[in-house]
Design a protein. Structure first.
Length: 270
């Protein structure tokens, strides 16, 4: 078997969570990431018949039966992943309709996957139903997006339009907009189901007064989605109290749609 620490998916996961911590998005043990893997790529590095232990998931996800995921661990600090990946990350395979996860590698200190595992898996199932190429779910706490939920209406159309107006690239990067959930108790099946429902229409879901969920085809795309929305929120927080002399108009955004061959979410532009 090849050395799993040299696997491209492992290297990229470690780089990504390290960068997320460096951006200030994942203080302490805040945030979590899950990456859907192909059995073929996993089997190059692990004996997929060798199960270390079984971890009950506490939910059902029949659409994910037999699928493999690289997932950050519960209570783990992203700053430590690069130094002890086998402690802070794990590879699991979902079985029994998603009710159990077979641990194939990682969580070597006896730990397990993030407490937000239900929200991640339900979001994976939802996004795969929209786009089979989606492989990543990422949760973090970007300060400006979090701050924005305290001072801006949580109406999804208005929230999205505000972000689109902050940076020219926003409607190009996330034309599907941003969905928003009211505050809900984290780590529960309820917030997982609500997030998954929102994931059916947008790749970004804001958890009010908490953080954001992003989904994408790979780690770079998902990181970039959140990074772009966070930059827009930062600009908003800097100017929200000031009179706006200039703005990106709907006509400008229509020009961007045409130039970059994207379509803003239906009903969000005049």
């Amino acid at each position: 078997m090849k050395n799993i620490l040299e696997a491209p998916f492992m290297i990229e996961m470690i780089r990504t969570v390290t960068n997320m911590y460096a951006h200030g998005w994942d203080e302490r043990n805040g945030g979590n990431v899950s990456l859907l893997l192909d059995e073929a790529e996993v089997s190059e590095y692990l004996d997929t018949d060798k199960v270390i232990r079984t971890i009950p998931t506490g939910f059902s996800a029949p659409d994910l039966e037999g699928k493999y995921f690289l997932v950050t661990g519960t209570g783990k600090y992203f700053k430590n992943v690069q130094y002890e990946p086998e402690v802070n990350l794990g590879i699991v395979r979902l079985e029994d309709g998603g009710e159990n996860a077979r641990l194939l590698w990682g969580y070597s200190d006896g730990g397990q996957f993030t407490s937000e595992f239900p929200a991640h898996m339900m979001s994976h199932a939802a996004r795969l139903g929209v786009d089979p190429a989606n492989r990543v779910v990422m949760h973090c706490h970007p300060a400006n997006l979090l701050a924005m939920t305290y001072v801006h209406t949580l109406d999804e159309k208005e929230f999205t339009r505000t972000l689109w107006q902050m940076c020219t690239e926003c409607i190009v990067v996330f034309p599907d907009g941003v969905n928003v959930l009211p505050w809900m108790l984290c780590g529960t099946n309820e917030i997982g189901l609500a997030t998954a429902e929102k994931m059916k229409t947008a790749r970004l879901v804001v958890w009010s007064l908490h953080g954001i969920y992003g989904a994408g085809k790979d780690l770079d795309e998902t990181f970039g989605l959140i990074e772009t929305a966070e930059k827009a929120a930062e600009i908003y927080m800097k100017i929200a109290h000031l009179p706006r002399v200039n703005t990106i108009t709907d006509e400008m955004m229509h020009q961007l749609e045409e130039r970059f061959n994207v379509k803003g979410r239906d009903g969000y532009l005049e």
